[in-house]
Design a binder for this molecule. Structure first.
Ligand SMILES: O=C(O)CCC(=O)C(=O)O
Ligand SMILES: [Fe+2]
Length: 207
């Protein structure tokens, strides 16, 4: 990738995952193991984790997965029918955001964090294509902790493809892939330790 920090990161080139209709790139070792360990512990203990509330089949459901939504104060975001009020950025999150901005060449004003306690917790099929999201900015997803399988499913032909998201990895979902593909964090019976995922997004200002 040209004009990016990939060259400086001493990591291999990212791997392209999708065969058509937009792209998702996977990069291992975006963070080294010792940094991952530190970040995981720090995010786990310093952020105000809460159960998520989503509307599923018309009913309000409280998830066992925990979430935190961090963003610039003017950001408003409605997802799964519920409007979220943002938390303030912490120094660590600002550092991660800065590194991602250098690597991707895009700016971000929001981060959704998910905490999966074990393999019984996942995230169902969806696209991150809410109207508040800037459709020209890729979504940058950092994984810390347990290795988990992440799958893509094409909206028309239903073909699927998947990738294991390792501790310290980065997945970049480029526009317009959200229009054509859904994704899911699959549950697994294999006992897994906890995992934190951070998705950095750009939210459009309110009109
Ligand atoms: O946990 C993950 O890797 C995915 C999370 C996700 O898809 C989302 O927050 O929209
Ligand atoms: Fe998503």
């Amino acid at each position: 990738m040209k004009n990016s920090l990939f060259d400086l990161l001493s990591t291999p080139e990212p791997i392209a995952i999708l065969a058509k209709d937009g792209q998702a790139e996977y990069l291992n070792n975006f963070y080294a193991v010792d940094e991952c360990h530190y970040l995981f512990k720090s995010l786990l203990s310093h952020l105000p984790w809460e159960s998520d509330q989503i509307i599923m089949f018309g009913k309000l459901v409280t998830t066992s997965r925990k979430v935190v939504w961090v963003a610039d104060p003017e950001c408003l975001y409605t997802y799964s029918g519920i409007q979220k009020i943002p938390q303030d950025w912490t120094n660590e999150l600002l550092q991660i955001k800065h590194k991602l901005e250098q690597v991707t060449g895009h700016t971000y004003n929001s981060c959704l964090l998910n905490l999966y306690h074990n393999g019984n917790e996942g995230m169902g099929w969806h696209s991150d294509n809410e109207k508040e999201l800037d459709s020209a900015t890729p979504i940058a997803s950092v994984s810390l902790g347990a290795r988990r399988k992440f799958a893509f499913r094409h909206k028309q032909d239903k073909t699927t493809t998947s990738v294991f998201l390792e501790n310290g990895s980065l997945l970049i979902m480029h526009p317009p892939m959200q229009e054509h593909w859904q994704h899911s964090l699959l549950k697994t019976k294999i006992a897994t330790s906890p995992r934190i995922n951070l998705t950095f997004r750009k939210i459009l200002p309110r009109i």
